[in-house]
Design a protein around this ligand. Structure first.
Ligand code: NDP
Length: 477
């Protein structure tokens, strides 16, 4: 469901994609996803398409076969102790049981998403659920979304705990016990949805004016063609796949790992509790602020392709949960000082992440008529143009955390990410993958976002960067 802000007419039916592409390109204000693919982007995309699934497999296999050592599999292969076929033959295959579990899981999340309108906003003060509007797309469209992720998360977790404590239909270790067969199911869904999104972008897009065709098959497959693909009025691909099944699953996966520790060692370590609590806060924060999430880069600027489709189905649930998986193989019990240090770092990171995001959200919602740290916020007035030439006005805040650095929310996120890793001690590299990955992701995101904002706001963006010169760390970067 969408509201058109512009008065522009819809393209004539039957018009060829190429014409539409060129017409749109000519009038596009040039903000949003790239139109032209440089060789570096293409090389990165080909690398990711080929190696990202292998990277996920390597991490999960290292835990299953090498007690989470990242170097031992390579050494074994290089020294000829093992062949690739030995490792592969020791890897569990897709099972009927995993296929049933995964299908039920995804179907259940679709049902919760599509058929149970939000009731949480009716009794939770301050929670913004129900029908909400997204940001203006490059074609000048405002989509409507049914925000009911918190409710889906609560229902799913209540059922999980009810099963674990009363019904015992399945063991709480079910996810860990089927971890690799489930990986194959997640891959099938990830590839299926990305391929479907590509075909849909060509033949029956939800909003043709918000499609981008670069002419490069691999780039389009990876970065997506359609901006907001939907089926029917409400099934929005980005909102569904970003939040559920991946992020609802995140906390369940961690709970399953904790249950496995209990089963194997008769206790749950303080490190496992810390990982469950800190990541649980992050997940709950995501659902509490799902309406705010509509204004973040994933929904506002990224098109839906393999990057989001496969990434949400496979990369996120498998690699964001590596700490919990590691702790099943290495049940680290932290000293009290270490545990308190990790908790403090995690909470401080979360506080900075949330407050920075909150400050921008409040500022944008009230159009600057609010107080940041007790004062009226300062800002730079800016303007941009949408596809049809309509001029829009916006503001870039230079107060609060946004006056310290241009992406201080990322800095808080990185502090929290480091805390999850530090909870696993210092014996292995594998749990530190997350902080390395997040640093690359968020630094790249900084650059990508700034490139986009610079195209969008032009000289106004230059005035903003002069007022707030640092990106992540004041005085350093
Ligand atoms: P932001 O929330 O920082 O949004 C960036 C956008 O905000 C810009 O494109 C611009 O959009 C607007 N903006 C930039 N500067 C200002 C300003 N000074 N005042 C007002 N508006 C401004 O980025 P993301 O959407 O990437 O991230 C949201 C959160 O999600 C972050 O905290 C991040 O850490 C987290 N995240 C987590 C990930 C994970 O995997 N765990 C992945 C990605 C993000 P406009 O065009 O509207 O001006």
């Amino acid at each position: 469901m969408a509201t058109h802000l512009s008065k522009e007419k819809k393209p004539a039916e039957g018009r060829k994609h190429q014409n539409m592409q060129n017409d749109t390109k000519a009038s596009q204000g040039q903000w949003g996803r790239a139109w032209e693919v440089d060789w570096f982007s293409l090389a990165s995309i080909l690398f990711l398409l080929m190696f990202a699934p292998l990277i996920v497999y390597y991490f999960i296999m290292s835990c299953a076969q090498y007690q989470c050592s990242l170097t031992d599999p390579l050494l074994d292969l290089l020294m000829g102790n093992k062949h690739l076929s030995d490792i592969w033959n020791n890897t569990p295959t897709l099972t009927y049981r995993a296929a049933v579990i995964y299908s039920l899981w995804v179907t259940f999340q679709v049902v919760l998403y599509l058929f149970i309108p939000d009731f949480c906003h009716k009794f939770l003060p301050g929670y913004m659920g129900g029908v909400q509007e997204g940001a203006v797309t490059p074609a000048g469209v405002v989509n409507k979304y049914e925000i009911n992720g918190l409710q889906a998360w609560i229902i799913t977790h209540v059922l999980w705990f009810a099963n674990a404590s009363c019904f015992h239909f399945f063991s709480p270790t079910i996810i860990f016990d089927n971890w690799i067969p489930l990986l194959w199911c997640a891959n099938i869904l990830g590839y299926a949805v990305s391929t479907f999104a590509m075909i849909k972008g060509y033949f029956f897009p939800t909003n043709a004016k918000d499609c981008k065709f670069t002419g490069n098959f691999f780039y389009d497959y990876m970065m997506g063609i359609e901006f907001n693909p939907r089926i029917g009025k409400w099934f929005d691909f980005k909102l569904f796949f970003n939040g559920r099944p991946g992020i609802v699953a995140w906390t369940l996966i961690n709970l399953s790992f904790a249950a496995k520790q209990q089963e194997l060692y008769g206790q749950v370590t303080n490190s496992m509790i810390l990982v469950n609590v800190l990541q649980g806060i992050y997940v709950l924060d995501f659902f509490w602020n799902e309406a705010w999430y509509l204004k973040t880069i994933d929904i506002c600027h990224d098109h839906f392709g393999w990057y989001l489709g496969w990434g949400d189905c496979v990369w996120l649930p498998y690699l964001y949960t590596l700490q919990g998986l590691y702790l099943v193989y290495h049940p680290v019990q932290l000293s009290t000082a270490h545990a308190i240090g990790v908790l403090m770092l995690g909470l401080l990171g979360y506080y900075i992440f949330r407050m920075t995001n909150h400050q921008k959200d409040l500022f944008r919602r009230t159009s600057g008529n609010c107080r940041i740290w007790g004062k009226k916020p300062q800002y730079i007035e800016c303007s941009y143009t949408s596809v049809d030439g309509t001029k829009f006005y916006s503001k870039l805040m230079t107060s609060g955390f946004w006056g310290w650095a241009r992406h201080f929310n990322y800095t808080g996120d990185l502090m929290g990410s480091l805390a999850y890793c530090l909870a696993c001690g210092f014996e292995h590299l594998l749990p530190y993958f997350y902080i390395v990955y997040m640093t690359i992701l968020l630094t790249h995101r900084c650059l990508r976002d700034e490139h986009r904002c610079s195209s969008k706001y032009g000289k106004d963006w230059k005035r903003y960067t002069a007022a707030v010169p640092y990106r992540l760390l004041p005085g350093i970067f």
